[in-house]
Design a protein around this ligand. Structure first.
Ligand code: CA
Ligand code: CA
Ligand code: CA
Length: 360
């Protein structure tokens, strides 16, 4: 009986996502975290698991501490993801507004409708905003951001309609009114999917993105993790491919044998094969995305890899630049102009590795 009920619920959920007419199969989008999810085990079990604060290698590599030291002010960054564990001690007070794109409404951040039932959104949020204190990790824009958590992904992925709604909802901010101080400055999306078979879905998403960018919001998205390192093997992903989106590939640091997790200055910047090689002009920038240490759902930290992990580094640096008074466009141009060319095709690395200390 219980099983039947569960099956029925899933069928109802699927039906509710289908369009009323023209039921062409449009795949939903998924987390860009297919590479090496939840590497390692957290210390302790079932939450807690607090560790002395560690600065992730990526934080060091891009010069985040210096960039933070040169920043005044605070901006709002919307993370559209699986939700955020707002009870995590290293994210205390960081998330100031929660909404569900799936339910199309605002919720108290402790409500189950915005709960992070995966851990992906909690990790992404930590990379942007984990507190600079004595525990766990530290965010690239720590102390200079408030996070808006928009839950757009459930256990089975998400729908494009919900994502488009959420982009516009985040742009309007908590008061629901466009053009006020609480509007998001940055929207960070560590997600994507191939909707090349549905121009109408791409257009619907583009309208939402245009609403954000035309109102001064920086829209950042992951390139995707379907790359193969085979020349000419071009991958597609949206919203990465939508016009006006600042699209992010992943880098790691390499000691000649392995990707490593401590930046000493002697390592090579290497792009992992999973980072998508996309049509010309799509990828804008690259950022750390291999073995990234950040906040784990339930407490403590964990390492994850993917363009999902690179994206919040870029969202955070745009936030720092905007906190200093730059526009979204100026911030993105600054990051591109000061990037380090790693020698990869621009279809994969964009302008190269983002250097926060140079951009600031
Ligand atoms: Ca911390
Ligand atoms: Ca507003
Ligand atoms: Ca782009």
């Amino acid at each position: 009986m219980k099983k039947f009920k569960g099956t029925l619920m899933i069928i109802l959920m699927v039906l509710s996502l289908l369009p009323l007419v023209a039921p062409a199969a449009v795949p939903g989008f998924n987390l860009n975290d297919s590479f090496d999810i939840y590497k390692g085990k957290p210390p302790g079990k079932g939450g807690g698991g607090e560790v002395p604060q560690v600065e992730d290698w990526g934080y060091a590599r891009i010069g985040a501490a210096f960039a933070r030291s040169q920043t005044t002010g605070t901006v709002q960054v919307a993370v559209l993801d699986t939700g955020v564990d707002t009870s995590h001690p290293d994210l205390a007070g960081v998330v100031t507004w929660c909404f569900s794109g799936i339910k199309r409404g605002n919720y108290d951040c402790s409500d189950r409708n915005v709960k992070d039932d995966d851990g992906h959104g909690t990790h992404v949020t930590g990379t942007i905003a984990a507190l600079d204190n004595s525990i766990d990790s530290v965010g690239v824009a720590a102390g200079h951001v408030e996070i808006y958590s928009g839950k757009v992904l459930g256990k089975r992925g998400g729908s494009w309609d919900d994502l488009a709604w959420s982009i516009m909802h985040a742009t309007d901010g908590p008061d629901g009114i466009l053009g006020t101080a609480d509007d998001a400055e940055v929207i960070s999306m560590s997600l994507g999917g191939d909707i090349s078979s549905s121009p109408s879905t791409i257009a619907m998403l583009q309208d939402a993105i245009d609403y954000a960018t035309s109102n001064g919001v920086a829209v950042v998205a992951a390139a995707g993790n379907e790359g193969t390192c085979e020349a000419g093997d071009v991958q597609h992903s949206w919203p990465a491919e939508n016009a006006g989106v600042f699209t992010v590939g992943a880098t790691g640091i390499y000691d000649g044998t392995n990707f490593v997790t401590e930046w000493t200055g002697a390592e090579q910047d290497v792009m992992p094969c999973f980072s998508n090689d996309m049509p010309a002009g799509v990828v804008d920038i690259s950022a750390p995305g291999v073995y990234i240490t950040a906040t784990k759902r339930g407490g403590g930290v964990t390492d994850l890899s993917g363009t999902s992990m690179a994206t919040p580094h870029v969202a955070a640096v745009i936030a720092l630049l905007m906190a200093n008074g730059l526009s979204a466009t100026q911030a993105q141009n600054r990051i591109v102009a000061t990037a380090l060319d790693m020698g990869y095709p621009s279809t994969m690395q964009g302008a190269g590795l983002m250097l926060a200390d140079a951009a600031i």
